[in-house]
Ligand binder design. Structure first.
Ligand code: ADP
Ligand code: GN1
Ligand code: MG
Length: 380
């Protein structure tokens, strides 16, 4: 069902059309994609030109000018690197469309908009349809991390503080549970129990990061597989998108979150939990793609924690959905009242499945790292 967030007011649309450097005569706009955070629209122009116009979520991003400062730095850096890495600068990296006064966003009555070149002839998949697709997504996110290696993390504003700090996320959950604003806790008893039983694992990545046993790196931090565009003709990755959370983080977050979103045989919000299972063929394909690109950068301590990242990130995501359910659906876009609860249930089913298969996951990763070493001539 269309909501207010699927529309742009005529005045606001006119402002956007006047200010951004779009080419052609505007023809139509329509809601686009399945992101949970921003409101995304496809603009079409006579003559065939297309652009993305996005209303940035002001409840999630507290300082949008600073967020867009990050965006400018990152997209400029990526465009420069693309030129030397043989990547198509038009389509292989996300490209901002600036305004006529060279601003990367506009603000009208508290609503912020930005625009992107539309990556045409490519699809963002909500779930993995084949191992080849996942291998490509892995290559894309691994390649993205490699491109950004060397970017000075200190230049970046932390767009969402403690984004993947699972301990802090657990604190948010406990606060939401205590408040139980809408009296929903009684409908989520099993999920609450599941969360409380895992309080002991929440520092598994944050602690080594804090203790500098693993490096803090510039990470994407939102490596859901629908944040990579796959070329319709070649089946190869075209570009990584959704750069709102590019900030200091860990490669382990990125690896774990892609495995969470990509190696599930069901949807992220699947209500029939029998359909939600962890898929090893997809896992091997993603791991080969990602580690093939970025594995050489990883330290031994990072490699050792790699198998642990997927269940932790899946648990964290489930906990965030559950927290939002208890809070009254204030963060993620939802389509029905129990949507966040359904998402939490699916994520927890997947977490449990990964936990059961921990040894097998570790073996797959050992094998992938072993092959990588062999290829690069390191001692096995
Ligand atoms: P959110 O933060 O809400 O997830 P995204 O930036 O990921 O927003 O955009 C939502 C969706 O819009 C993406 O999943 C993708 O389908 C589509 N999209 C975003 N940017 C582009 C682009 N430059 N070209 C083509 N499609 C895009
Ligand atoms: C959000 O923006 P989108 O839809 O790509 C969220 C991710 C979650 C994901 C779960 C900024 O991603 O952290 O993992 O939903 N992004 C933000 O589907 O919170
Ligand atoms: Mg997105």
């Amino acid at each position: 069902m269309p909501t207010e967030r699927d529309k742009i007011s005529p005045e606001r649309l006119e402002t956007a059309l006047n200010e951004f450097r779009f080419e052609g005569v505007f023809s139509a706009y329509a809601p686009h994609g399945c992101g949970h955070i921003n409101d995304t629209f496809l603009l079409t122009f006579n003559g065939g030109k297309k652009y993305i116009l996005q209303r940035i979520n002001g409840a999630v991003f507290k300082d949008i000018p600073k967020l867009m400062g990050n965006f400018e730095l990152i997209t400029e850096f990526l465009a420069e690197r693309a030129a030397t890495a043989g990547i198509d600068p038009e389509r292989g990296v996300l490209r901002l469309i600036y305004t006529k006064t060279k601003k990367s966003y506009i603000c009208a009555d508290g609503e912020y908009f930005r625009a992107f070149a539309f990556i045409d002839g490519a699809t963002s998949f909500q779930r993995a349809e084949s191992p080849e697709l996942l291998r490509e997504a892995g290559r894309a996110f691994g390649g993205f991390a490699r491109l950004l290696d060397g970017f000075d993390a200190a230049k970046l504003y932390e767009s969402i503080p403690r984004f993947h700090d699972t301990e802090s996320r657990c604190g948010d959950f406990l606060r939401a549970l205590k408040a139980d604003r809408l009296n929903r806790a009684k409908t989520a008893e099993r999920e609450i129990e599941f969360t409380l039983a895992r309080r002991g694992i929440t520092d598994k990545i944050t602690r080594p990061l804090r203790e500098r046993k693993i490096p803090l790196r510039v990470a994407h931090n939102d490596t859901k597989i629908n944040n990579v565009m796959i070329d319709d003709e070649t089946g190869k990755a075209a570009a990584v998108i959704d750069l709102d959370t590019v900030m200091p983080g860990s490669l382990l977050y990125d690896f774990g979150d892609s495995v969470r979103s990509g190696c599930n045989t069901g949807g992220e919000d699947e209500r029939d939990l029998n359909l939600v299972n962890f898929d090893f063929t997809l896992f091997r394909a993603y791991s080969e793609g990602y580690i093939g690109e970025v594995g050489r950068l990883m330290t031994d301590a990072e490699r050792e924690l790699t198998a642990f990242a997927p269940p932790l990130m899946t648990f964290e995501c489930g906990m965030r959905f559950l927290t939002d359910y208890l809070d009254g659906d204030v963060y993620f876009k939802t389509e029905y009242a129990e949507h966040n609860l359904a998402r939490a249930r699916a994520q927890y089913k997947l977490t449990a499945d990964m936990e059961k298969n921990g040894d097998k996951m570790r073996k797959v990763l050992e094998d992938v790292f072993r092959r990588l070493k062999r290829r690069s001539g390191e001692r096995v």
